[in-house]
Ligand binder design. Structure first.
Ligand code: GDP
Ligand code: MN
Length: 355
């Protein structure tokens, strides 16, 4: 899951990475004092180019700029909050990231002399790129300082790398990207932006996690734009089995969807809206095996999402595991049928399609 910038920065600050002073605000918050940078809080990059980062210097521009940013979509997202930060005086914009090399399993320290909104334009070969091992922080920092042409910052960079590495490991991160890492005119290194991707599968280790992406963190794959059957399952394995079984039965499947643990009304609503966007959908198969997730919570989510979705195709629902009986009672009361297994769902589906 991708954290919002303010969430990522709060986590970095816990590891003593310098971040700009700032506050999170929405339409109801008191107005901040200019000058501030206002930044749209959406879980994607490219906000600068899309108009989602604005410097406000005049008091009279504050309210209209906040209103404008709160209604400006960035890609598929419209922000529900903004980050208002002190305006930094920039000498240079750098790029610094830790990421996992999938092939080797190593954590890589990556950097570029020239960070900022055009980072994708740089030649891959020009990046600093070194595997990071706990025993080599000082050497990595030395060569990083050389590469960045900041020889006097070797010690500071060693601290950065050490802290980021600890944050990466302890947070079960997949990516920490600071772009820009700002060198201020008074020679401080401050994280101007932060992108953090955490491993959702490690959620059980982090009862303290409380991020906007949770609950909407779904793995949706479009398989066939002209497919007739939409699928919703929890867990990647069960989701694959659902797709495979439907295909074995000769049905055309539009999507793969793993809604993860703890399905909320929002996640089911989002799933329904993505599936009903396929033009030829005639049915949705919902296959849930509840362990930590509770079937009755899923049932409540399905009922609420059903009430709020127009023109929903017929649902074929199989729920098993924790809270199953309570779920069936709830769904029965809402006149929503459940079936005992994926096989019976498929059987019923084929019967309905041929009649
Ligand atoms: P992104 O486009 O979504 O990656 O958003 P960023 O947070 O990286 O901001 C984009 C750009 O806005 C940065 O590369 C900077 O050039 C500029 N910017 C962000 N914060 C500040 C600031 O405090 N001062 C100044 N002068 N520019 C800033
Ligand atoms: Mn950025």
């Amino acid at each position: 899951m991708n954290l919002l910038e303010h969430e990522a920065k709060r986590l970095l600050a816990d590891y003593d990475i310098p971040i700009p002073r700032g506050t999170v605000l929405d339409a109801t918050s008191p107005l901040p004092q200019p000058p501030v940078v206002l930044k749209s809080q959406v879980p994607v990059g490219g906000r600068g180019k899309a108009g989602g980062v604005r410097i406000v210097t005049k008091t009279e521009a504050m309210a209209p700029t906040i209103a404008e940013l709160l209604s400006l979509p960035i890609g598929p997202y419209t922000p529900s909050c903004l980050l208002a930060e002190e305006v930094l005086a920039i000498k240079r914009e750098l790029y610094l990231a830790l990421m996992i090399d999938i092939a080797s399993g190593e954590i890589i320290c990556s950097a570029h002399r020239s960070g900022g909104v055009d980072i994708e334009r740089h030649d891959k070969a020009d990046f600093f790129h070194t595997p990071l091992q706990a025993t080599h922080f000082d050497q990595v920092a030395d060569s990083l300082a050389d590469y960045l042409e900041l020889p006097a910052k070797s010690f500071v960079l060693a601290d950065y790398v050490r802290r980021l590495h600890r944050c990466f490991i302890e947070s079960d991160a997949l990516l920490i990207e600071i772009n820009p890492l700002i060198l201020t005119t008074d020679d401080r290194l401050v994280a101007g932006d932060a992108k953090l991707r955490l491993d959702s599968a490690a959620r059980f280790r982090h009862p303290d996690w409380d991020f906007a992406a949770m609950g909407t963190d779904t793995n949706f794959v479009s398989l066939d734009p002209s497919g007739h059957i939409g699928t919703v399952a929890n867990g990647a394995g069960l989701a694959m089995e659902t797709v495979d079984s439907l295909r074995f039965a000769g049905l055309s499947v539009a999507n793969f969807l793993d809604i993860g643990g703890g399905a909320s009304k929002e996640s089911v609503l989002k799933a329904f809206s993505k599936i009903t966007a396929f033009p030829d959908i005639t049915a949705i198969v919902i296959n849930i095996f509840a362990g930590i997730t509770r079937c009755d919570e899923v049932a409540r989510a399905i009922i609420a999402a059903t009430e709020e979705t127009d023109h929903l195709p017929k649902l074929y629902i199989r729920l098993a595991g924790t809270g199953h009986e309570a779920a069936v009672t709830l769904l029965d009361a809402a006149s929503i049928t459940t079936l005992p297994s994926l096989e019976t769902c498929i059987g019923q589906l084929k019967k309905d399609l041929s009649s």
